[in-house]
Design a protein around this ligand. Structure first.
Ligand code: SF4
Length: 767
């Protein structure tokens, strides 16, 4: 798809075209921007897909056009805000930092470093400066209380990868461009363009797969946009993926379909190997699982056979399967299916990308590593285990509310909005209002940041350089792309990395960090030198000094990127690999550098202590007792699931007019039979009541795309809270799905909230 705004030329008639990677979602499409004017008059007047982009080939979705709205949004913060007597006032950066220096370090000195918590939102993986420098701030803070969007989304996938392959970002993704059979659970890439799978233009790639005789099968409680283009769609009871997956793995063993091929040499044996898995799944025959998951036994067996028979096939699951009680077990079983049928690390199967920078699985000694250890600490109130340095976001409120040593008294929210994005957001809002001090690094005064004492706004997307730190590690084809800033930032503006680094300096008690003239560049240089020493351990010091010199004097994330590229698997090794990648090389390739199709990477990719794939990790095996208990549960009469819309992305894009226009999107989708039973017709407003009696009201749409007994509500809405400054979003605020959810329910292995399959009751609103 290629799209443009209406006008390409300003009054002067002079325009230029620049390339840019879209920072809005995981697809990372290449854009071509038409820019009119220069200096402070420069404006983006058109946004199209970059036809020459080596990865996305011109594809964009409607959200890309809204980047212009984001640039121009009058509600976007451009100067810091400080709360004075309960009201936000604009202030200078120096005054904002002075307020933080006056209040935060003394509070931590009195109560300890764990008195500070962090919430990290989704943009942390979409902005170069945020992604790299938030790590610096977290290290400086040293708190155990870190909460992020990961435990509302993909953490089960990461834990499964950590245990099976040794690193949380060693995630196999479907090699869709060579695949003949793709089975998909709980994923809707027609709306998302992939999640934990960077696949711009999923529609085009799926179409090409089907044109060469391939088949797409979707299992989902809604006939989603992806299911609508699939060869087969099967309904599944929300929350019951584990029963289907156990049935499928059982069928693969039962029907003699196990053919791991070359993978056999890389698989662990004994307690975590194939035989252990076979023993574990033996009781879960498809005929027994069918009643609980809603997928007939003959369909389960047919899917197992199709997968095994496919020369090049893959199973893929995402957020719908992840945000369930057995999210981690589900992720392990998905990979087990790919492994048992020989489709892991094979062309057209589930393959491991080889990223140009920042990938742990391209660093260190190939084939062996420390693996993933969780539970190194426990959260103070619920005792939830730490996972990848975080506690579950659903534990945030109780850590603020509960008195005692280690109580959270201060918070730094970094591009996060847990009041709308986490279960029981109302409780989180009440907890935030009780904090002694809160800083937000955010471009909006929203439902969460309204509780802050200081808000520090970063630059606009067009004012910053861009490189995706995470997504090349999840991409359906290897590539490297960099975007320079389109505009210079306005005088006096600061980037997010500068704000993060300045607070880090305060928390490390760097001399002068609390004063206006603090030398941030010198501090950045010292940290870079430390990084380089770690990375180049064993390299003689003069050579290290030469490398530091080669990275140049300009502080900020681009030097870190250059270092990672040059030391990476395709890098120029600081001149030792002529023609290799560096930031300069990427700057010379505005449409990106294609690094080839995905290729087999086993065993080098493994970082487990055994150097083998742990097919059936012990903590996952222990989950089967809970599965047995859940098997006996009667399915509720009506449950709620979330929904993704191509014109929306979590909670933060509802203020952009281009995306906000059109039909109401925050609706309850309901099967007509359920509607008849409840006396409801399309257009009625309905009241949904969920956990702890909390309710939401919203219009209903009837559709047989919904499985009977399931109602679907999109997430990220509820912009009717006083105190937020989101003029467009407030006009059609929608209702907050998360109010229906139970903040006590989570996958215990990953800490991820249960967001799907929650029992609700439905009634028609009077009038
Ligand atoms: S699919 Fe994602 S990356 Fe591509 S244009 Fe849309 S929002 Fe941007």
């Amino acid at each position: 798809m290629t799209t443009a705004t209406s006008s390409d030329v300003d009054g002067s008639g002079s325009t230029r075209t620049v390339q840019r990677i879209c920072p809005l979602c995981e697809a990372c499409c290449g854009l071509s921007l038409t820019v009119s004017g220069s200096g402070t008059q420069a404006r983006v007047v058109a946004i199209r897909g970059d036809e020459q982009d080596v990865f996305s080939h011109g594809y964009v979705c409607p959200k890309a056009i809204a980047l212009k709205d984001l640039e121009d949004d009058p509600d976007r913060l451009r100067r810091p805000l400080v709360k004075r007597e309960g009201r936000f006032v604009e202030t200078s950066w120096d005054e904002a930092y002075a307020e933080i220096a006056r209040r935060l370090p003394p509070l931590l000195a009195a109560h300890g470093k764990d008195a500070l918590a962090f919430t990290l939102g989704n943009p942390n993986v979409h902005r170069l400066g945020l992604g790299l420098y938030v790590q610096r701030l977290l290290r400086a803070a040293g708190t155990r209380n870190v909460f992020s969007a990961s435990t509302l989304d993909q953490m089960p996938r990461q834990v499964a990868s950590g245990w099976m392959y040794g690193h949380a970002l060693t995630v196999p993704v479907p090699d869709i461009d060579h695949c003949d059979f793709l089975l998909m659970l709980g994923a809707n890439p027609m709306a998302s363009n992939g999640s934990m799978w960077t696949v711009p233009d999923f529609r085009g790639r799926a179409k090409a797969m089907r044109a060469r005789g391939g088949r797409l099968v979707v299992v989902d409680p809604r006939r989603t946009e992806t299911a609508a283009i699939a060869d087969e769609h099967h309904f599944i009871r929300p929350g019951a993926d584990v029963f289907l997956l156990l049935g499928l793995v059982n069928a693969v063993f039962d029907e003699g379909l196990v053919r791991p091929g070359r993978l056999e040499a890389f698989l662990a044996t004994e307690d975590t190997g194939v035989e252990a898995l076979q023993r574990a799944v033996a009781p879960y025959v498809p005929e027994r699982m069918a009643a609980r998951c809603g997928v007939p036994a003959e369909v389960q067996r047919a899917l197992a056979r199709q997968l095994a028979a496919a020369p090049r096939g893959a199973v893929y699951s995402r957020v719908g399967s992840s945000t369930q009680r057995f999210g981690t077990l589900n992720s392990v079983l998905i990979d087990a299916l790919n492994i048992l049928t020989g489709h892991l690390d094979a062309e057209g199967g589930a393959m491991f990308p080889r990223a140009a920078a920042f990938a742990a699985n391209t660093q260190g000694k190939p084939g062996v590593g420390r693996g993933l250890v969780t539970g190194r600490t426990r959260s103070r109130v619920s005792g939830a285990p730490e996972v990848l340095g975080e506690y579950p976001t659903s534990c945030l409120a109780e850590e603020i509310e509960t008195p005692g040593a280690g109580q959270v008294r201060a918070l730094i929210s970094v591009a996060s909005n847990p009041v709308l994005s986490a279960p029981n957001g109302a409780r989180i809002a009440r907890a935030l209002s009780r904090l002694d001090f809160m800083v937000s690094i955010d471009i909006y005064l929203n439902e969460t940041t309204q509780h802050a004492d200081v808000i520090l706004p970063g630059l606009s997307s067009f004012e910053e350089p861009h490189y995706d730190v995470s997504f090349p590690q999840l991409s359906c084809r290897n590539h490297a792309r960099y975007s320079p800033p389109v505009f210079a930032p306005p005088p006096g503006a600061q980037a997010e990395w500068q704000a993060l680094l300045r607070i880090a300096a305060m928390l490390r008690s760097e001399p002068g960090a609390d004063e206006a003239g603090f030398d941030l560049a010198a501090f950045d240089e010292r940290l870079l030198a430390d990084d380089l020493r770690r990375l180049a351990a064993g390299v003689p010091e003069p050579l290290q000094a030469a490398m530091l010199d080669a990275l140049g004097p300009v502080p900020g994330p681009e030097r870190l990127l250059d270092l990672a590229l040059r030391a990476g698997p395709y890098g120029d090794r600081f001149g030792r690999q002529p023609g290799g990648l560096s930031l300069a090389a990427l700057k010379d390739a505005p449409h990106g550098v294609d690094l080839g199709a995905l290729a087999p990477r086993l065993p080098d990719i493994l970082r487990t202590p055994s150097g083998r794939i742990e097919l059936w990790p012990a903590p996952v095996a222990a989950e089967l007792a809970a599965v047995d208990a859940a098997l006996a549960d009667a399915p509720p009469a009506l449950v709620v699931v979330g929904r993704r819309d191509v014109r929306s992305n979590n909670s933060w894009m509802h203020n952009l007019p281009t995306l906000a226009k059109g039909p109401e999107r925050c609706t309850a989708l309901l099967n007509p039979d359920d509607a008849a039973r409840h006396g409801v017709r399309t257009g009625d407003r309905v009241r949904l009541q969920g956990a702890a009696g909390r309710t939401i009201e919203l219009p209903v749409l009837l559709s047989d795309e919904m499985m009977p007994g399931v109602v679907s509500v999109p997430h990220g809405w509820g912009h009717d809270q006083a105190g937020a400054r989101l003029g467009v979003a407030a006009q059609r605020p929608g209702a907050n799905l998360n109010e229906l959810l139970d903040d006590r329910l989570r996958d215990p292995l990953s800490g991820t909230s249960v967001l799907n399959g929650i029992p609700v009751t439905l009634s028609r609103c009077a009038g």
